[in-house]
Design a protein around this ligand. Structure first.
Ligand SMILES: NC(=O)c1ccc[n+]([C@@H]2O[C@H](COP(=O)([O-])OP(=O)(O)OC[C@H]3O[C@@H](n4cnc5c(N)ncnc54)[C@H](OP(=O)(O)O)[C@@H]3O)[C@@H](O)[C@H]2O)c1
Length: 489
């Protein structure tokens, strides 16, 4: 057996372990106020690094993880092969000015005590707020200045990853949940990553430890003390419940016994064998438990066709986790450690402000800041009583920049986020939409646009018309308008 985990190049300059050590658990250990002792925490990380588990994943909100990792990096002299630290910046949505973004990145540099973050991953809570593109463009500028080695995303679905790429952002990786229980990442996201050269970093592959011998044949727990398992218990419930999960665990156990490995090895191996996946991130409870020797066995075997068929039979009894990757942070069913995040999302200020129409008590309107709205005399959207009418909307970012030039599917995604934001500023929801009209520059491009429309409306099913408009003003590939009737109980 190899003494170290396999390695992979995330970018031509960045070699990482295919088993990354995840440090979210530091925040869980520290949740009652007692911090991990920095010296002891650093010793624990150094033991991982010396065993070849030298790539660490953390975030701005993972307790003292960035600080401890900073201490670790200082133990290596300039010129030594240093461990690799990935972190994340997860700002509250709001204007992403140059200063805001620079401060967010500089905080990461300061806490880690480095001149360059090797991989900086970006999370965004709601795509209705379009400033995420400003943040990524500014981070890309900081990458060009040498302050960031590679840019990553976390919890982005295929549509928004594609939008970022088509808007000119160079993305190395997307970190998402991917496991025997949550197989969403094997779909559209994997296909896109393979096509566009983005690598997946998979978390939740062990479902917080639920995918291990420890839980085989066990009764459903009444309460769960740690954040990680609380989160993945929600995934288990959504995937069909305890007995369906036990069926998957039994299949993995049969395969594990056949290969002389553990259930956790089978769970990790299944994810690692997906060609878009660069690495799995395995959470570590520093100073409590460590499973390095067992996890190394992941590289001693391969799953064969019989193993895959056995797992597929267990999957067939499960309910697929709904939606695409990252939806669990943005819409029901919220599958997060703290559960329902709607209160958090509702507290995020809307990107648009609804203003009353003077002299018309039954009317409100919003403007999106396009230079054309006052010039040509129209609003982005108007509410009259319970009806909301959204103007023909293009992928205009800010006052006049066309987003994702040449990519009609990406433009449609951007447009529909903008329509969702206008409707919600006027007190409605996308579920209230009763009519949409799509104007396309080139009818042969109907499919990516229709698919984008389907992602928003496959359950709402509004009346729809799709028209080839022949030519649209500017660089736009597509324009969409919508009408909603707000349901008042
Ligand atoms: N981007 C995001 O939104 C996001 C979200 C969640 C996590 N993450 C990242 O992913 C990392 C992984 O965390 P996770 O919460 O998803 O947990 P996970 O990796 O699915 O589970 C980690 C737990 O599995 C158990 N374990 C590990 N190896 C084992 C083995 N060989 N045999 C038996 N049990 C084993 C350990 O439990 P015990 O300690 O109880 O033994 C460990 O604490 C995080 O630290 C973080 O870096 C990112």
């Amino acid at each position: 057996m190899s003494q170290h985990p396999e390695r992979i190049n995330l970018t031509p300059d960045l070699s990482i372990s295919r088993l990354v050590c995840g440090l979210w658990q530091v925040a869980d250990i520290e949740k009652n106020g007692a911090m991990v002792d920095p010296e002891q925490g650093t010793n624990a990380l150094q033991a991982y690094a010396e065993a070849g588990f030298d790539s660490f994943d953390m975030a701005d909100h993972y307790g003292s993880a960035e600080i401890i990792t900073g201490h670790l990096l200082k133990r290596y002299a300039v010129g030594d092969k240093r461990p690799v630290a990935f972190t994340k910046w997860c700002p509250e949505p709001g204007p992403m000015t140059r200063d805001v973004v620079r401060r967010g990145v500089e905080d990461r540099l300061a806490r880690l005590g480095v001149d360059k973050v090797e991989l900086l991953q970006f999370h965004w809570w709601t795509f209705e707020h379009p400033a995420w593109l400003d943040a990524l463009h500014e981070m890309q500028a900081m990458k060009e200045e040498g302050l960031i080695g590679a840019l990553g995303l976390t919890n982005f679905d295929a549509a928004h990853l594609n939008l970022a790429l088509s808007d000119g952002i160079e993305i190395a990786s997307n970190q998402v949940s991917f496991s025997l229980i949550d197989r969403r990442a094997a779909g559209d996201l994997s296909s896109l990553c393979l096509k566009r050269g983005v690598k997946l970093l998979a978390y939740g592959t062990l479902c917080g430890g639920f995918l291990s011998e420890k839980w085989l044949g066990q009764l459903e727990p009444a309460s769960i003390p740690d954040w990680s398992r609380s989160k993945y218990k929600r995934f288990i419930d959504t995937a069909g419940g305890w007995s369906v999960y036990q069926g998957i665990l039994r299949a993995a156990s049969t395969i594990a016994r056949k290969h002389g490995v553990s259930i956790s090895n089978v769970a990790s191996r299944w994810v690692l064998e997906h060609p878009a996946v660069a690495a799995t991130i395995i959470g570590a409870r520093l100073g409590e438990n460590e499973h390095r020797n067992d996890n190394l066995k992941v590289f001693t075997f391969e799953l064969d066709a019989d193993d895959q068929a056995l797992l597929d039979r267990a999957f067939a009894k499960a309910t697929p986790i709904p939606g695409d990757c990252g939806d669990e942070y943005r819409k029901p069913p919220f599958l997060t450690a703290s559960g329902d995040l709607s209160h958090h999302l509702d507290a995020i200020p809307s990107v648009y402000t609804a203003v009353p129409v003077p002299g018309r008590e039954d009317r409100m309107r919003v403007s999106s800041g396009s230079i054309w709205e006052p010039l040509a005399g129209y609003s982005r959207a108007v509410r009259v009583g319970d009806r909301i009418l959204v103007s023909g909307t293009t992928a205009t970012h800010g006052s006049n920049r066309c987003v994702a030039p040449g990519d009609p599917g990406a433009q449609a995604t951007y447009i529909l986020d903008k329509i969702a934001a206008s409707i919600s500023a006027l007190g409605g929801k996308m579920e209230d939409v009763v009519r949409t009209r799509i104007y396309l520059k080139d009818a042969s491009q109907w499919e990516p646009v229709s698919r984008a429309h389907g992602r928003f409306f496959s359950e709402v099913l509004p009346a729809n018309t799709l028209i080839e408009a022949g030519a649209l003003v500017g660089e736009y590939e597509v324009e969409i308008e919508a009408e909603a009737v707000v349901y008042i109980q």
